[in-house]
Ligand binder design. Structure first.
Ligand SMILES: [Zn+2]
Ligand SMILES: [Zn+2]
Length: 182
């Protein structure tokens, strides 16, 4: 298992995918689909392209089973794909979510058929771009530096630093909010 190799392989297919700017929330995680960033209490990290596509398909299905063929057709349109390859990507995804194959907290294997997502999922268009710091009420534009937790509690840089980058509301890690261009 080598997550880095999967990441490198994915590069060439990463361009030109049309993904809706939807924010999904499940358990302690928040997925910002327009930036392929997974936020959690442990910080924010970009997802490898194919792992990201698989996660979005599971989240979109909203608890229904996604058959293996659906993954093969959408995530590997170039073909030449085996069950082992899908299993490997599911393994990486489970690892990112902090579970192993015997736990079924997030991803449930439907033997021989496919996978489904076990956690309730909330989705909405875009990332909440709150206009003010929740502590000092300083105005924050969508282009200015701001810090958010995985529940989108929002703080100015000074208040975030004073809170030692731990959200005063939920104790999750505060990370830099992506700035909106234009
Ligand atoms: Zn503030
Ligand atoms: Zn919070």
């Amino acid at each position: 298992m080598n997550a880095l190799r999967i990441e490198a392989e994915d590069e060439q297919y990463a361009v030109g995918r049309d993904i809706q700017p939807i924010t999904y929330r499940f358990g302690p995680f928040l997925l910002d689909s327009s930036r392929r960033m997974l936020f959690s209490g442990f910080g924010a990290r970009p997802l490898p392209e194919k792992v990201f596509q698989i996660l979005v398909m599971l989240l979109e299905a909203n608890g229904a089973m996604v058959p293996k063929d659906a993954f093969f057709n959408r995530v590997w349109p170039e073909g030449h794909i085996s069950d082992a390859n899908l299993t490997q990507h599911i393994f990486v995804l489970r690892h990112l979510l902090g579970e192993n194959a015997r736990q079924n907290e997030y991803i449930v294997t439907v033997a021989g058929k496919g996978y489904r997502f076990a956690k309730p999922v909330e989705s909405k268009l875009g990332l909440a771009m709150k206009g003010a710091c929740e502590r000092c009420m300083a105005a924050l534009s969508t282009q200015s530096a701001a810090m958010i937790c995985s529940f989108e509690c929002t703080f100015c840089a000074q208040c975030a630093e004073r809170a030692e980058f731990s959200c005063p509301n939920c104790a999750g890690e505060l990370v830099a909010r992506p700035r909106r261009r234009g």
